[in-house]
Design a binder for this molecule. Structure first.
Ligand code: PHE
Length: 373
């Protein structure tokens, strides 16, 4: 034993006095009880149970006591430290439970709160109508065909038997894409109808071909209640062996039944398109008044403007020259085609009076069509 230890008076080892140990313990227990959260408890643990806590330091002094006093002091300090450790454990459990309870309360989600105050977008009525029209043909076994909106003049006109000086080619109707020189001779245009897809479908697909093509078309018209420079058509094309105009009539009748219900008459009026021969304009009996509004004294009909009939679009038997353009033998194959206006259909089917409403983007027009996505 060293000289310094021999001269050490055990009575003077203050931190080991019973009252002092009790005071340190009580101070620790008080701090533990006061710790308001786990973070505070962590600091209390370091201060009162850590390596440099008063009781840990007191423990180191035990060696300085005379052997007879050591066991007693050791028990005292040990008991105090055990009480502190137990109190820390208990408080920790308590605070953890409290934290979990608080998290459950604070992070609770009220599932009854309204979630849809910001309206979700919906597809445009033209898109959904166009799809519904195409679907009637898909149900009959047709496939969907597509073609580019920026089209080669050859597909839009030449392959469809338009003569080089056909008036539809001129700038009045057609939006040409400027060539490198800035002129109209680029051979590229915005398609003026979906009919170029007829030729593309015939070139790309094995026969027989049964397709519909919904899509955007472009003409240099001023927008007004019945015109828009951009509008939509639904093209139909069948090429197979033994196809006649009767099949065209039957398909149109099935389409009208699918879209407007059974029992509406159709009529074909003679017309002209370079790519069909014979050609027709197809009308359907008005689905709203069923023709009754033409009778004298009958109430007027908004759907057909009291004409009894509604014009659907153009159609006809595919001109053999179109088949030849696509490398098909017109002696063996024949077909028919039609082109229906989607905007027109939206107008009479839903009583939309002004085509501009369809592209101005005012949701007061689109909302009544619902939020179909
Ligand atoms: N493409 C023609 C138009 O835009 C419509 C049509 C299509 C006519 C197919 C006959 C056959 O007016």
């Amino acid at each position: 034993m060293s000289a310094s230890k021999q001269s050490y008076d055990p009575v003077e080892v203050t931190p080991l006095h019973p009252e002092e140990v009790a005071r340190m313990r009580d101070e620790a227990l008080g701090a533990i009880a006061k710790a308001a959260d786990l973070d505070e408890l962590k600091h209390v643990r370091i201060a009162h149970a850590g390596d440099r806590s008063p009781l840990a330091l007191a423990n180191r002094e035990i060696g300085a006591l005379p052997p007879a006093a050591r066991a007693d002091a050791g028990k005292r300090v040990g008991a105090a430290r055990a009480a502190i450790a137990e109190a820390l454990r208990a408080r920790e459990t308590e605070l953890e439970e409290e934290r979990d309870r608080r998290a459950l309360a604070e992070e609770a989600v009220d599932v009854t709160l309204p979630w849809d105050r910001a309206p979700r977008g919906a597809r445009h009525p033209l898109t959904t109508l166009q799809e519904r029209m195409a679907d009637v043909f898909v149900a009959m076994g047709f496939e969907i065909a597509e073609g580019p909106e920026v089209e080669a003049e050859w597909f839009n006109f030449d392959a469809l038997n338009f003569e080089p000086d056909h008036p539809a080619r001129t700038m009045q109707d057609t939006l040409f894409v400027a060539g490198a020189s800035g002129g109209e001779d680029s051979g590229v245009l915005l398609r003026t109808h979906t009919s170029p897809v007829q030729v593309r479908a015939l070139l790309a697909r094995p026969l027989p071909v049964y397709v519909v093509c919904p899509g955007k078309v472009f003409r240099s018209d001023e927008p007004d209640a019945t015109h828009s420079p951009v509008f939509h058509q639904l093209e139909g094309l069948v090429v197979d062996e033994g196809i006649t105009m009767a099949h065209l009539r039957g398909a149109i009748d099935a389409f009208i039944a699918g879209m407007f219900g059974e029992g509406l008459a159709t009529r074909f009026r003679p017309s002209y398109f370079p790519f069909t021969e014979p050609s027709a304009e197809v009308d359907m009996q008005c689905f709203a008044c069923r023709g009754a509004s033409v009778e004298p004294g009958a109430p007027p009909c908004r759907a057909c403007k009291s004409e009894g009939w509604i014009e659907l679009g153009g159609c006809g038997v595919v001109n053999p020259w179109v088949l030849v353009s696509a490398g098909i033998d017109p002696e063996r194959y024949s077909g028919w085609a039609f082109g229906l206006g989607v905007e027109r259909t939206l107008m009479f089917r839903h009583g939309a009076e002004d085509m501009r409403d369809m592209f101005e983007g005012d949701i007061r027009f689109t909302l009544p069509f619902g939020m179909e996505v």
